[in-house]
Design a protein around this ligand. Structure first.
Ligand code: AMP
Length: 170
């Protein structure tokens, strides 16, 4: 299935100069959603993934079904102030602005093999923060999986030594 034809490109959102890849058109389709989760999970079947970390909020939509498919747990990595128990925080620069992420400090048991999932790898700032949080709380990072990678922004440079998989590149 051609996933790209089901993703809508929205120019100048959320600000001028950004071409926003809108996955709502893809995941709103039963066959598109199933094919998306198949493609994201496939490289990790049988790889001993214990937990999938999803980055708020589109990483939740994709990461949770990937976790279920892999027989892994799901760990939400959230915007500041949303998690109820004690959390660790990392701040980072976005393609459009700055933000921070938090995760519960006890979300991962020492040595658990973790896969990070998000919709888009752009400048890599978000993913870099997610990697640092997983390592801070004692996870063993297996890799990072994205539906979309924007190679012209070179996000991989912020993730040296990490195993990175993307289904689609623009
Ligand atoms: P970055 O930290 O620059 O790699 O940005 C990644 C995060 O921002 C992801 O969580 C995406 O959801 C979002 N994002 C960045 N650029 C885009 C884009 N062009 N289209 C859709 N989402 C984007």
């Amino acid at each position: 299935m051609d996933l790209k034809t089901q993703i809508r490109s929205v120019p100048d959102f959320p600000k001028p100069g950004i071409l926003f890849y809108d996955i709502t058109t893809l995941i709103g389709s039963p066959s598109g959603f199933a094919a998306t989760i198949d493609a994201l999970a496939a490289p990790y079947v049988g790889q001993g993934i214990d937990a999938v970390v999803g980055i708020e909020s589109r990483g939740f939509i994709l990461g949770a079904p990937v976790a279920e498919r892999l027989g892994a747990g799901f760990i939400p990595m959230r915007k500041p102030g949303k998690l109820p128990s004690k959390a660790v925080r990392a701040e980072f620069a976005l393609e459009y602005g700055t933000d921070a992420l938090e995760v519960h400090e006890d979300a991962i048991r020492p040595g658990q093999r973790v896969l990070i999932v998000d919709d888009v790898l752009a400048t890599g700032g978000t993913a870099q923060a997610a990697v640092s949080l997983v390592k801070q709380i004692g996870g063993t990072l297996h890799g990072l999986a994205f539906l979309i990678e924007l190679p012209f922004l070179n996000g991989k440079a912020k993730l040296p030594g990490e195993q990175i998989f993307s289904v689609l590149q623009y």
